[in-house]
Design a protein around this ligand. Structure first.
Ligand SMILES: [Zn+2]
Length: 149
């Protein structure tokens, strides 16, 4: 049976039927949201390899700087044109998922001096930079909307 719903994201009306049964979002928005989360997860995975490489080769301060720029830029681009980006916790979590898990593993397996020296690079800086990236994207989306109207 077909039912008409209004998409919570884009506001367009769409139908749910045998093929599409999601009652909150149209197919287009759902696919773009899901692929965004998948991309965020892989960017997080890649960040770990990048940070390990930079940390080993150039030292921890450089790795910390790379972490800040990397997560800020990734989240900013992922959140582009999203006014509510700073409230999109699942996307931020997807980007930081790998680093959060690794930090937990590190806390369980490593000694305190290692944890204290690595945690800022692998958890505190990425999470902070991610949030700032989302806030900046949300501000720029609001500004763009304001200019248009
Ligand atoms: Zn939609």
């Amino acid at each position: 049976m077909e039912k008409v719903h209004q998409c919570a994201k884009c506001g367009k009306e769409y139908k749910t039927n045998g093929h599409w049964a999601n009652e909150k979002m149209c197919e287009e928005c759902f696919v773009s949201r899901t692929s965004r989360h998948v991309i965020a997860f892989f960017l997080g995975l890649l960040s770990f390899l990048v940070l390990m490489f930079v940390g080993e080769t150039y030292g921890d301060p450089k790795a910390a700087a790379v972490a800040a720029v990397y997560f800020f830029v990734c989240q900013f681009l992922l959140s582009l044109d999203n006014k509510a980006a700073h409230r999109n916790w699942t996307l931020m979590l997807a980007l930081n998922f790998v680093t959060i898990i690794l930090t937990i593993i590190m806390v369980i397996g490593e000694k305190w001096p290692t944890i204290v020296s690595q945690a800022p690079i692998f958890l505190i800086i990425p999470c902070t930079a991610t949030y700032l990236g989302a806030v900046m994207a949300s501000l720029s989306a609001k500004r763009k909307k304001g200019r248009r109207s």
